[in-house]
Design a protein around this ligand. Sequence first.
Ligand SMILES: [Zn+2]
Ligand SMILES: [Zn+2]
Length: 342
Amino acid sequence: MRAVRYIGERQAIVQERPDPRPGPKEVLIQMKAAGICGSDLHLYRHPRGAFVETGRVPGHEPAGIIAEVGSEVRGWSIGDRVTAYFRLICGKCHYCRTGRGNVCINRRGSYGVGPGTADGAHAEYMVVESQYLLKIPDDFSFEDAAIVACQGGTAYYPLTRLGVSGRDVLVVSGLGPVGLLATLFATHMGAEVIGIDPSPDRRAFAERLGARQTFDPTVGPIGEQVRAFYPDGADKLLEASGATPAHMAIPDLLKPLGMAALVGLGTPELRVSLNQVAMRELILFGTSIFPDSQYDEIWQFFRRHAITPSQVVSHRFPIEQGAEAFRLADTATVGKVCFTFP
Ligand SMILES: [Zn+2]
Ligand SMILES: [Zn+2]
């Protein structure tokens, strides 16, 4: 099969390698669509661990059909349309048992990202333990499912924790795929969305998806720009850029008692004025992908509002063009980049 491999900083190639075979508790997925996520780009820029040493396959947004079923797998058949919950969670701890596997305390890594304990989705085939399989609803595409597998859920979940509604002005900071998906969701939740991103193309994309206004943080202090139109600031904020200047601007963008969800992984340390957070009684909290228990609700939301995850896709590539796909996604000027497979 053909699979993407990182060979150095910002260098991806596509190489031929043996087709994987599923173990007794695993299935083989024949890939039909796979997304490139911001977390993939962190590794693409600075590959490490197994991604360099053994050529671990990247990618954690798989979608395809089951091509082979392990001998002990029950309830799944060849031909089933599936995606996967890419975190290798224990299924036994309190958080897993209550549907909050995203904060499992016994995680064994992930497929194709982070510590990357198993090969991922940027390949024609991928092996997945059957406990992590998720059925793709018949009325959505493989590409839709690839997006929901990480970025779709990562955008939806914090909006539910923020309790976003038609009463809110919401700032979406960073209009990459997660920010674009959040713009789409929040608009349909009834919020007035303000988008922030340095890329004019991304700002235009967000406006097409429903953002009321967008701002360029590079042309002047972003708090002043937004307050020229919203003197009180915003009620809520979703931080999806991971950039330190964006973190520092959060108190300037929010009303007193405002709330911010931090989604973007980038700079590991949060720099924000505690004085401003305290004096204005702001709430800042982190979120990490989405609870597995929210999977069906996310599809319901898309269905009810007649929208699809693939509305945020700007570019599609065959796996042969893995290098080009990563180069383009790395520019941070486009929407979602996906691989599609015959
Ligand atoms: Zn991701
Ligand atoms: Zn657990």
